[in-house]
Design a binder for this molecule. Structure first.
Ligand SMILES: *Cc1c(COP(=O)(O)O)cnc(C)c1O
Length: 471
């Protein structure tokens, strides 16, 4: 432990102060006794520099895309250019109030219109709403539009929605919240939807299908045109989960594939950092024949998270039509480069060209045959060991189609040098696993916290300082 790792309460010294207040020029006011606290608050008595070091050191115990490579699959943890933050904090925008008269917010309205138009151009959808505040919120909005469409036509029997087994967990959850019954469709061994298994599910009770393409394994659904015509043929609609639009940007459009409704995550693809529960935005776009339904659905007060919309608009305009295409190209190139560079040491269940992400299924040689207890290194051990080298772990144990899933999405913003460093470390970890898996099983060795009980940490977090800090 370094001397400055001491928690701020441990630095406290009676009478020490980190502030000096100006003399109070106002007359003395008596606070009613019943409003006064009985005991003095237990606050650390520290100097300003103690406070600065405390918070700066705390900030560095966390991992973020501004401190290191973050290849978290199905998440698009890419670098978000700082210029977009600057644009979003311009006082003319940040000082707006949602109840302000529209005539005083014409600039903001122009930003919203411009963004909607740009999103339509990128996705091939006719019109957008910016109201939903997250991806899952967008899914719910889109499904409400789907239901509205069937209701408007008096078609009340359509109560089921088809979701592939590889889908992001929010898809079935949103369908359930919307009051729709979820019907699962299987994937083939090649990771694509089994079209033959889809056919018998289609009928007059199907409201639609929720898909993403490329799917959650990073694979392009090559039979998308046939799927679209089958689902439309039975009277259903196609919903597109566009949370991770990176690989398609400027290359292919969901609207052209036959999708009727979709959402985007501005806080993944369009330059708002995410992961810490901060503000998000999940705009929903619809094809022309659904524009009337879009107007009938209201899911949030005012205009959604306007600051996120601003960042997205700044991002799109700064890339421009000619460079937005490179987002798609580079995100796909980076993913395939890593996949091909590591497939001799990590098991690659589906060898096809991938889009923005791909999945390994554990190590080729996990060392179990040589270890004393017969246990090898697992995907969890690989993920933990990566932290020792300053890389964030990939997504692990998702999707559920594989036992040791390790899902990697490098994004387009990393240099070849960074990606090469990552590949070298992944190879070193594979070698360590083969030699001595027990070393991996005790990783990470040099992070502030080693292996917390992740369920307890999420469900019962310790948010207050206690006298015995974590070992
Ligand atoms: C992240 C993600 C979502 C959910 O987005 P939230 O903003 O977290 O609600 C939905 N689908 C996919 C494919 C995603 O990656």
């Amino acid at each position: 432990m370094k001397y400055y790792d001491k928690l701020i309460f441990e630095c406290s010294k009676e009478g020490r102060k980190g502030y000096s207040l100006p003399d109070n020029p106002y007359p003395h006011a008596e606070i009613p006794a019943d409003l006064c606290r009985q005991d003095a608050p237990v606050l650390p008595q520290v100097s300003e520099i103690d406070v600065v070091r405390h918070y700066t050191n705390l900030s560095q115990m966390n991992f973020g895309v501004d401190t290191g490579f973050y290849p978290l699959g199905s998440c698009t943890m890419k670098y978000n250019p700082k210029i977009n933050e600057e644009v979003a904090s311009l006082p003319g925008f940040s000082g707006l109030h949602p109840l302000m008269d529209g005539s005083l917010a014409a600039g903001a309205a122009a930003v919203e219109e411009g963004l909607k138009k740009a999103l339509s151009a990128i996705t091939g959808m006719d019109s957008f709403t910016l109201a939903p505040c997250a991806g899952a919120h967008g899914e719910l909005t889109g499904l409400m539009i789907m239901r509205q469409y069937h209701m408007d036509r008096g078609d009340l029997a359509r109560t089921k929605v088809i979701v592939p087994d590889s889908a992001h967990g929010t898809n079935p959850a949103s369908a359930a919240v919307c009051g729709l019954e979820v019907v699962q469709v299987k994937s083939l061994d090649n990771g694509r939807i089994d079209v033959e298994a889809l056919k018998p599910l289609l009928g007059p009770d199907i409201a639609g299908i929720m898909m993403t393409n490329p799917n959650t394994l990073g694979l392009f659904e090559t039979q998308i045109e046939e799927i679209a015509s089958l689902v439309h043929g039975c009277g259903g609609l196609l919903y597109y989960d566009g949370a991770n639009m990176n690989p398609l940007m400027g290359m292919v459009r969901p609207g052209d594939m036959g999708f009727d409704i979709m959402h985007l995550n501005l806080h993944k693809t369009f330059s708002t950092p995410h992961g810490g529960g901060g503000p998000g935005s999940g705009p929903v776009g619809v094809a022309k024949h659904l524009a009337g339904c879009l107007d009938k659905i209201h899911v949030s007060g005012f205009h959604g998270n306007f600051g996120v919309a601003l960042k997205a608009y700044a991002y799109i305009l700064s890339l421009g039509k000619e460079h937005i295409r490179q987002v798609g190209q580079f995100s796909v190139l980076s993913a395939n480069y890593i996949k091909e560079s590591l497939k001799d040491v990590y098991k690659l269940p589906i060898p096809d060209v991938c889009k923005h992400e791909f999945v390994f299924d554990g190590l080729v040689d996990d060392g179990s045959s040589r270890s004393e207890d017969g246990h090898g290194a697992t995907t969890l051990d690989v993920a933990k060991r990566l932290l020792d080298f300053g890389f964030h772990a990939p997504t692990i144990y998702f999707p559920l189609l594989f036992h040791q899933a390790l899902m990697i999405e490098p994004t387009e913003t990393e240099s070849k040098e960074t990606i090469d460093d990552f590949i070298a470390v992944m190879r070193q970890i594979a070698a360590e696993a083969a030699e001595d898996p027990s070393m991996l099983r005790s990783a990470p060795h040099n992070t502030p916290i080693r292996r917390p009980d992740e369920t307890t940490a999420a469900r019962q977090p310790i948010l207050r300082w206690v006298k015995t800090p974590l070992a």
